[in-house]
Ligand binder design. Structure first.
Ligand code: SF4
Length: 88
């Protein structure tokens, strides 16, 4: 059976992206649970008021009343950053 090289290459790219994304999530979770330094608000692209549904109070990293395991500083329950991860 002949192997379509283009299709095989695409499959490898998808697998690489999936593994990379999974490892990034694991690394981020590990950082927050291992007590490693938090990310600054600027580096996290944090905003204090976010109009969308993905607000801090719905994020796995949010620590009530105004904290976060990933981003440093005072965190609004209605904020948002690029590290948003929905609660299960
Ligand atoms: S959205 Fe960002 S700043 Fe807000 S709780 Fe989640 S990780 Fe922290």
């Amino acid at each position: 059976m002949a192997v379509d090289l283009h299709q095989d290459r695409s499959r490898r790219q998808i697998l690489r992206l999936s593994v990379g994304g999974a490892l990034g999530g694991v690394a981020l979770t590990a950082c927050s649970t291992l007590g490693l330094p938090q990310v600054s608000k600027a580096d996290a692209n944090y905003v204090d008021r976010y109009r969308g549904p993905e607000q801090c109070e719905q994020c796995l990293h949010f620590v009530a009343p105004r904290g976060c395991t990933v981003v440093a500083g005072d965190i609004s329950p209605h904020g948002h950053s690029k590290f948003y991860l929905p609660k299960a």
